[in-house]
Design a binder for this molecule. Structure first.
Ligand code: GTP
Length: 218
């Protein structure tokens, strides 16, 4: 058997990836973009040098929304048009997203964090670990309190589960405490955070989780 030992020069031209890369996925309308809009100022207040890549089906709507928001320099937001089920470009073949991340790193030396927002998809969407170091799955109470019990891969496999729109629980007849307990149970106790992206509730806790997990900051 021949074992090849590539020389260091083999990798000389490869882009050096230094920024942590995280994913934010979840069903259509669960509040992924709203959470990113809340997270950006909180992370920037902590001096995190960040950029965002959005994924939409056939438009750049989420990227344009963030660019117009005034929360982040527009050049720090890139868009990938999936052209198919969004999970294909975050899981099956994340090449386009990896290239977008590399482009941001080349444009912004010292970049520490790249957030990849997946376009809305079903409960089965997950991120390739070739693309991200750590990922969040966002569901919302208005989607139904039975979502954790359905045990979709996003709910089970994500590093952090976010249950958003907690302000709507009384309006849609959801027992929030039970929903959070069931979410925690199906995840065998792995972290779950409750948020209201409208008001910003839970966003500091979300920022804490990101900083601890991928930036190694307390
Ligand atoms: N009441 C309430 N509404 C919210 C909350 N978070 C988001 N919304 C609303 O829910 C709708 C969808 O939010 P988005 O942030 O666009 O959801 P998304 O997951 O990015 O949607 P896609 O990109 O289409 O998958 C918007 O009308 C938001 O204003 C929340 O915590 N509470």
């Amino acid at each position: 058997m021949t074992v090849l030992h590539p020389s260091p020069q083999t990798f000389a031209g490869a882009p050096k990836s230094t920024a942590a890369r995280i994913g934010i996925g979840g069903p259509v309308g669960s509040g992924k973009t709203a959470l990113i809009e809340r997270l950006i100022p909180v992370l920037r207040a902590r001096n995190v040098n960040l950029a965002v890549v959005t994924n939409d089906l056939v438009t750049k709507e989420d990227a344009e929304r963030l660019r117009r928001s005034g929360l982040i320099e527009p050049e720090r937001v890139l868009a990938v048009e999936a052209g198919a089920c969004p999970h294909t470009v975050i899981r099956e073949d994340p090449t386009l997203n990896m290239a977008a991340g590399d482009e941001l790193e080349a444009s912004f030396p010292g970049l520490e964090l790249i957030v990849f927002e997946s376009g809305g998809d079903n409960l089965a969407s997950t991120f390739s670990l070739d693309l991200v170091d750590w990922w969040i799955f966002v569901i919302d109470v208005a989607g139904g309190d039975d979502i954790p019990r359905k045990k979709g891969p996003g709910v089970l496999k994500s590093d952090l589960l976010v249950v958003n729109k907690i302000d709507l629980a009384p309006h849609v007849g959801v027992n929030l405490e039970r929903m959070l307990a069931e979410a925690s149970a199906v995840r065998n106790g792995r972290p779950v955070i409750a948020t209201n992206a409208r008001a910003g509730d839970g966003v500091e806790a979300l920022a804490d989780a990101i900083c601890r997990a991928v930036l190694f900051r307390e």
